[in-house]
Write a protein that binds this ligand. Structure first.
Ligand SMILES: Cc1cc2nc3c(=O)[nH]c(=O)nc-3n(C[C@H](O)[C@H](O)[C@H](O)COP(=O)(O)OP(=O)(O)OC[C@H]3O[C@@H](n4cnc5c(N)ncnc54)[C@H](O)[C@@H]3O)c2cc1C
Length: 249
């Protein structure tokens, strides 16, 4: 069977809408940093499973996930209640398009996340390979309220000459109040970090956000001459949905 039962080791509540947890790691489970895996809970003998980006790096002994809490969501209404010692089912196969093999190496790597779209980037910013491929990484995380800035202290501790951390909050007062895509399009992101504008010849983008942000950024970057990685080849930007809207699935 593809799923194995893993034990919850720790849990952490970030806001009323977001939480994270760690589990034991299935034996022989391999993944590339930035990938997602399907995880789930058994309810009345039936498995309810959903895609989750892996927060922990592939050299860690445990797995970590960052989750939304959708009050009437089939999985997360229950997942939000898991406690240390409970079981979560984890699939044996990870996949995804937010790994380093999906962007040509270069100068600056821009990671754009909204909400739980931060998860795969938490993994990438802690991986040495990311800094071997790019001399500088810029992580932009946009959320509605500051409490949803999960892992903020951890990221601030990592920030320095190789990593810029740019949090933005759209629904309450904060240093930066603009949407992720507006910060890029207006050029404010670059001035904020003291960097030249992103250059398709030298830089890369990875995008993991709500479906509308993903589409807006994809359209914008393509119009600016950037190439999305697809079956025809590796370009300078790659996109993955942080979730699927009901009417899309
Ligand atoms: C490739 C991929 C990776 C994903 N990685 C993560 C992850 O790391 N963490 C995570 O929490 N979710 C992630 N998701 C979403 C996840 O698969 C589930 O949709 C989510 O856990 C909610 O499950 P549910 O059964 O409670 O509700 P669902 O029936 O799955 O969703 C109900 C509705 O809730 C909203 N929604 C779902 N997920 C989110 C979200 N993350 N943020 C905001 N609104 C949402 C959408 O409007 C959706 O239509 C990912 C989805 C995809 C496709």
């Amino acid at each position: 069977m593809a799923y194995t039962e893993q034990r919850v080791l720790t849990t952490r509540q970030w806001s009323e809408k977001t939480f994270s947890f760690t589990t034991t790691r299935p034996r022989d489970f391999r993944f590339d940093n930035g990938e997602f895996v399907t995880i789930g809970l058994r309810v009345d003998g039936k498995l309810i499973a959903r895609a989750y980006s892996i927060v922990s790096t592939n050299d860690a002994e445990y797995l970590e996930f960052l989750s939304i809490h959708v009050p009437d969501g089939p999985l997360t209404s229950r997942l939000a209640k898991v406690r240390v010692g409970d079981d979560v089912w984890v699939n044996s196969k990870a996949t995804g398009s937010l790994t380093l093999s999906y962007v040509r190496p270069g100068r600056h790597l821009f990671l754009l996340a909204t909400g739980t779209g931060l998860a795969p980037f938490m993994c990438l910013i802690r991986s040495e390979q990311t800094y071997q491929a790019f001399s500088r990484v810029i992580l932009l995380h946009t959320v509605r309220s500051a409490r949803e800035l999960a892992y903020r202290e951890q990221i601030e501790a990592l920030a320095g000459p190789r990593l810029s951390y740019v949090p933005s909050v759209t629904r309450e007062p904060f240093t930066l109040n603009r949407r992720c895509s507006d910060l890029v399009k207006s050029g404010e992101l670059y001035t904020h970090c003291g960097l030249p504008p992103a250059d398709p010849q030298q830089d890369g983008f990875m995008i993991c956000g709500n479906p509308l942000m993903n589409k807006e950024m994809t359209d914008y970057l393509q119009a600016q001459g950037w190439t999305l990685t697809n079956h025809r080849g590796v370009g300078n930007f790659t996109v993955e949905k942080a979730f699927v809207l009901h009417h899309e699935s």
